[in-house]
Design a protein around this ligand. Structure first.
Ligand code: ADP
Length: 330
């Protein structure tokens, strides 16, 4: 999700600060601090159990840049882990993120943080994964990125979708398996977001034209047969980085198997990646000529999701995109 999305605020630290100012008795303060400590103790215990090596948090530091969760790095004297926290009812979101990281990791292509564990501690859901120290891109980092993403996209499944649903931002993303990409995109991507938009109060502005698009967009697939490729699913510039050696890694995925053009389209949605990346990807795994038009169809999903998450600021863009696509259906 882009960096201009809402900062939802610091989580544990914020709760402690906010509540501390209202909690006047020492006993209440102590119990609040104990609660926070107990969350981190539970997380440490789980890391110890899963890794088989005792882990005791020696330091903890907040990390910015995310849009949805409160993120920190926790360290003992030898190891570091990246931890995200949210409300307990977000456990499924973290379980799906963990499964997504695992799915990409087992493709043996581009690097992702290795997931460690997730769970709930004192009404707080958490996910723990490998902490990757970030570094700068080197001369050929974007070339490697393009090639590795192409390798990941060559990993295919027999159906579109995935074995579990996940989230895009904090919106549910339906991954019901389908052997028909057009139906999948209509029902579980565009149709789902359009319906949500109608429920969020934008029916008058976009429902009729959205419905028309749902009926007509099949023309963009004439002569093109998408393959169910392993996708990151939310590949904007805030969801990749380079490690200390300058090698790319991707994180915060919304994994499913789908048309690889959907991943490439999203890289272009908020400003685009450097040219080297696209050249390397296209050399490794050339894109079809019809990508230019389908790109808009794929990015409409994310713009509608932004409309649903962040409000009317995205309405004009969503309408423009729908109208533009409708005008190309002939
Ligand atoms: P959110 O789910 O809130 O969007 P992200 O997963 O995007 O959070 O993570 C927030 C920030 O933390 C990222 O922008 C990135 O800079 C950093 N980050 C994410 N994963 C890791 C990791 N495994 N190791 C180190 N830093 C990470």
């Amino acid at each position: 999700m882009p960096n201009f999305c809402r900062q939802l605020g610091t989580f544990i630290a914020g709760i402690v600060n906010a509540l501390s100012s209202q909690v006047h008795s020492n006993d209440a303060r102590k119990s609040l601090i104990n609660c926070v400590n107990s969350i981190w103790n539970t997380i440490s215990d789980n890391i110890s159990t899963v890794t088989g090596i005792p882990f005791c948090i020696h330091s903890r530091r907040g990390i910015g840049g995310g849009c949805i969760n409160n993120a920190s790095v926790v360290q003992d004297r030898g190891r570091a882990y990246f931890v995200k926290l949210n409300d307990a009812d977000k456990l499924d979101m973290f379980t799906a993120e963990s499964a997504g990281l695992e799915e990409i990791a087992k493709s043996g292509t581009i690097r992702v943080p290795q997931p460690v564990c997730c769970g709930v501690a004192d009404s707080t859901a958490y996910i723990v994964m490998e902490f990757i120290t970030s570094g700068n891109a080197r001369n050929n980092s974007y070339v490697i990125f393009g090639q590795l993403l192409a390798d990941m996209h060559r990993v295919i499944h027999q159906n579109f979708g995935w074995h579990i649903d996940n989230t895009i931002g904090s919106t549910s993303q339906v991954n019901t398996r389908s052997d028909n990409w057009i139906n999948f995109w209509r029902d579980y991507r565009l149709g789902y977001q359009l319906e949500l938009a109608a429920r969020n109060g934008y029916a008058r502005e976009i429902q009729a034209r959205g419905d028309r698009l749902l009926q007509q967009f099949t023309v963009f697939f004439t002569g093109y047969i998408p393959t169910p490729s392993l996708l990151h699913g939310d590949l904007w510039s805030g969801n990749y980085a380079f490690d200390a050696q300058g090698n790319p890694y991707i994180f915060d995925p919304a994994v499913y198997y789908g048309d690889r053009e959907a991943d490439i389209a999203m890289t272009e949605l908020f400003g685009g990646f450097p040219t080297q990346f696209y050249r390397a990807y296209d050399d490794a795994f050339p894109l079809d000529n019809g990508y230019a038009i389908r790109k808009k169809l794929y990015n409409l999903y994310h713009v509608l999701n932004h409309l649903n998450l962040f409000g009317a600021g995205y309405l004009a863009q969503a309408r423009r995109m729908i109208d533009g696509l409708l005008s190309e259906t002939g």
